[in-house]
Write a protein that binds this ligand. Structure first.
Ligand code: PLP
Length: 419
């Protein structure tokens, strides 16, 4: 593929960012699908996935200052410990190629955590040099690839020693890994009840280099304490046998707020950094976490309707009075949910307009009212921080989808623009 090397592109992007405010990795969201034949743009073309100031089609803005603020708040709650920033699931939908380098550039962030090998490799490609942990088991080939790209795999299966031994032979060196211990969530991890021998084998082996050890909590605070005690018991046992376990980490967002004894060497939040701290009263009083992204597009048509006219499929919108409607080229495919019709508003030039004519696959129709107050080309904010009505949490509530389903639904192809 004839795309520029990431270094060249980074330089280019930094240089052009100074001029037009475009920075970071917008170029990349669709790299994986380029050339698969499912889009009209030829492989290697970058036009469709790069933000250009005159585009109508939607894009996502990442607010660098808000991310930095949330990172500082998280670090404060963690007593200054470094943050292992979780950017799994394509950075919860916001785009790991953009969010990864953005977070990795902050001094409070000690490393990044992903769940898929591709995510980790994508962030390395984008120039992230800090440690990246993949919080998933991998095949031998995947572990080898991670080791070659300086990515830390997690292990927890009984046969992990055998796989690591094979990979280490291929590499000619020990494989750096993190050990994931299950203290009762019964999702991932080596069960703490039979972890002892397994840990001993790995720590004492020639083929593995235990760089870190961690567990995951259930967010049931009473049971969290029990999990913490189980983890502590295992750590105490390892200490008594002089088995070094590397960097210890355990606390995702909920326990960052509610279980300080589990902060260990690093904390491991995702949600809080993304502007989604726990909703309880105690947590609300502990820190101030800001929205970090906007979804924007430009008005592509403005039309006048008379009584009797309608807009949208099945004549969704039938105004009783003359009114103007505006068409936005954004829809479900982009991640703007159909539930926004009749419930959400969109901000244009500081005023709110209701979504009234339906949210289709790629279009949404707004009711502008009797005055023509918007023009073709005006920027429309569907989700953002400039008005309470478009906050991510407001859209999440009004659509009854919840914060994570809103951000996880963002189309990876939308250009990401760091502002
Ligand atoms: C998702 C995840 C996190 C981060 O959780 P948040 O609730 O987003 O802070 C941390 N650790 C593991 C193992 C996870 O799967």
């Amino acid at each position: 593929m004839d795309r520029p090397s990431s270094l060249t592109r980074r330089r280019f992007v930094q240089a052009s960012g100074a001029a037009v405010g475009v920075t970071a990795a917008s170029a990349c969201a669709t790299t994986r699908s380029a050339g698969t034949g499912d889009r009209a743009i030829p492989a290697g073309a970058t036009t469709a996935r790069t933000y250009t100031p005159d585009r109508f089609d939607p894009w996502i803005e990442l607010d660098r200052a808000a991310w930095a603020h949330n990172v500082r708040e998280a670090a404060r709650l963690a007593g200054g410990r470094p943050i292992l920033a979780v950017v799994k699931n394509n950075a919860y939908g916001l785009g790991d190629r953009a969010v990864g380098p953005l977070l990795a550039g902050m001094s409070e962030v000690g490393g990044l955590a992903a769940v898929r090998v591709e995510e980790a490799l994508a962030m390395r490609e984008e120039g992230v040099t800090k440690p990246i942990v993949v919080m998933a088991e991998g095949s031998e080939d995947e572990i080898e690839e991670m080791a070659r790209q300086d990515v830390l795999p997690s292990v927890w299966l009984d046969d992990a020693p055998a796989r690591l031994r094979n990979v280490s032979r291929r590499l000619g060196r020990p494989v750096p890994v993190h050990l994931f211990i299950d203290t009762g969530m019964n999702r991932e991890g080596m069960p703490y009840t039979r972890a002892g021998h397994w840990i001993e084998e790995l720590v004492q082996s020639e083929y593995a280099d235990v760089n870190g050890t961690y567990t995951m909590f259930t967010h049931d605070l009473d049971f969290d304490r029990e999990q913490h005690a189980r983890f502590e018991e295992l750590l105490g046992w390892a200490r008594s046998r002089n088995l070094p376990l590397g960097t210890l980490h355990a606390a995702p967002t909920f326990e960052l707020f509610h279980l300080p004894e589990a902060h260990y060497d690093m904390v491991r939040p995702g949600n809080a950094l993304f502007g989604n701290p726990p909703g309880d009263e105690k947590a609300s009083g502990m820190g101030d976490f800001k929205p970090v992204f906007s979804v924007k597009t430009r008005v592509v048509r403005v039309e006048h309707l008379e009584p009797g006219d309608s807009a949208g499929f099945n004549r969704t919108f039938m105004p009783e009075r003359a009114t103007w409607v505006a068409l936005l080229p954004v829809g479900r495919t982009d991640g703007y949910p159909s539930q926004a019709n009749g419930t959400c508003e969109v901000l244009i030039n500081g005023r709110l307009y209701p979504v009234a004519g339906g949210v289709n696959s790629a279009h949404a129709i707004l009711d502008i009212g009797p005055e023509k107050t918007v023009e073709v080309g005006d920027v429309a904010t569907l989700i953002g921080s400039d008005h309470p009505a478009v906050l991510p949490h407001t859209v999440a509530e009004r659509t009854e989808l919840g914060f994570l389903r809103i951000i996880q639904g963002m189309n990876p192809r939308l250009p990401r623009r760091v502002v």
